[in-house]
Design a protein around this ligand. Structure first.
Ligand code: PGA
Length: 254
């Protein structure tokens, strides 16, 4: 399976960044063995989608659970779709922390995204205290069980991103063994719940993925790609990570 490298710009970026990154990504995308997706802030989805001309997909970073209505400041999944998105990140730990998003809300958003034809990228991950207590797997599998809807593997499908909260933006990453163990546990849970469809869901790793560690992370079993924050704002770094995915796939470990 081709690996997928997703850039999460968070609340960063500008028209100038779109003008800088889009041509750099387009110049390489066709030669890469990995698929790329860029998730800019909502205001940049349309210009980025235009600049990438369908060659590289674009995603949102959140959507509301309702199709429309009196929800000032929120954005519906159908609006992201109309702006040019085909993916949406949901349940990111920064949304859970900043906006108190619960697993039930994440599930409702996943359902809304799927209904609009968007592929959700569902983020799960333990905080540092849970990791220290040995409860990381319980936390992550619990988040997954509560947030994934029954039809998650039916078209347009969905991705899971394992992002330990303590690894995001910190420069720290779990050991290779810890990443492999968590991805294996997630795969087992997806298979148990969704059968053959659960075996095909891509499980991405996220949290301080950089050019220096990308090849090591992407070569691990059950790592189907990466969700990249900070390094996705620098074209050279994002593409270096994507090239590491190419090597991982070529080695048959993707
Ligand atoms: P980071 O962010 O790569 O800057 O750690 C990852 C994420 O939050 O998706």
């Amino acid at each position: 399976m081709r690996q997928i490298i997703i850039g999460n710009w968070k609340m960063n970026g500008s028209n100038a960044l779109v003008a800088e990154i889009a041509p750099a990504v387009l110049a390489e995308a066709a030669q890469l063995a990995a698929d790329l997706v860029l998730c800019p802030p909502a205001t940049l989805i349309a210009p980025l989608a235009v600049a990438l001309a369908g060659q590289v997909k674009v995603g949102g970073q959140d959507c509301h659970a309702q199709e429309a209505g009196a929800h000032t400041g929120d954005i519906a999944a159908g609006m992201l779709r109309e702006a040019g998105a085909s993916y949406v990140i949901l349940g990111h730990s920064e949304r859970r922390a900043d906006h108190g998003e619960t697993d039930a809300e994440v599930r409702a958003k996943i359902e809304a995204a799927r209904a609009a034809g968007l592929t959700p990228i569902v983020c799960v991950g333990e905080d540092e205290a849970a990791r220290a207590e040995g409860a990381a797997e319980t936390v992550v599998l619990g988040q997954l069980a509560r947030s994934l809807p029954e039809d998650f593997v039916a078209p347009p499908g969905g991705l899971v991103a394992y992002e330990p909260v303590w690894a995001i933006g910190s420069g720290r990453t779990p050991t290779a063994g810890d990443i492999a163990a968590m991805h294996g546990a997630i795969r087992a849970a997806l298979r148990a719940r969704f059968g053959a469809g659960g075996a095909r869901v891509a499980i991405l790793y996220g949290g301080s993925v950089k050019p220096a560690n990308a090849a090591r992370v992407l070569a691990l079993p059950e790592v189907g790609g990466a969700l990249v924050g900070g390094a996705s704002l620098i074209a050279g770094d994002f593409l270096a990570i994507a090239r590491a995915a190419t090597l991982g796939s070529a080695a048959g470990t993707g």
